[in-house]
Write a protein of this length. Structure first.
Length: 185
């Protein structure tokens, strides 16, 4: 897995984080994501681990996200993962236009936290990714929202456009992969 650096939105000021990388690969019919941040983790509000459950509004607190689309198509999916094991999944036909999605499996979420690091390990079943033809690739936008203990939020992504953070902008889905051709990254 290669490391991709998540960048803090320029309107945010969170000096507690030294580095924030994300990794991904497609293995055994799963999209495997790893989010790893280092720094003063105690300055962040990290929810306590619980049994997995689906819930809306995770982006209002510490949350790790993946936006997944099929290359050449407007529709996309959004997945949210909390260190608590709570999760959410949404389908969109176009920019921020929600449609009904069929998600068969809860993502498998594991979180390991120390004073200086936080590692989120996530598996999304391939059957819960957008449908595609065999030769099409996926486009991926990897993002996060971090909440400080004082309630202040910071927004992290592979890249940011001018203005307010907006992870739904398709030009932020900058990583590409084809599960049928793992060498194509």
């Amino acid at each position: 897995m290669l490391d991709y650096k998540l960048l803090m939105h320029p309107h945010n000021d969170l000096n507690d984080i030294n580095s924030f990388v994300v990794r991904f690969e497609f293995i055994d019919d799963y999209l495997h994501l790893q989010y790893e941040l280092t720094g003063e983790i105690g300055a962040l509000k990290i929810p306590t681990a619980q049994a997995p459950y689906a819930v809306d509004g995770l982006w209002q607190h510490t949350c790790f996200e993946a936006f997944i689309a099929v290359s050449g198509e407007e529709r996309y999916y959004e997945f949210n993962f909390s260190p608590s094991s709570a999760w959410a999944a949404y389908a969109f036909s176009t920019y921020r236009y929600p449609i009904a999605g069929t998600f068969k499996n809860a993502p498998i979420i594991k979180c390991i936290q120390t004073q200086k690091s936080l590692l989120m390990d996530v598996l999304i079943a391939a059957v819960d990714l957008p449908m595609k033809l065999e030769d099409q690739s996926f486009q991926l936008g990897l993002t996060a929202v971090l909440e400080r203990n004082n309630g202040e939020l910071s927004y992290w992504a592979l890249q940011h456009r001018d203005g307010a953070p907006d992870f739904h902008q398709r030009n932020n889905f900058i990583l590409s992969f084809n599960p049928n051709n793992p060498q194509e990254l």
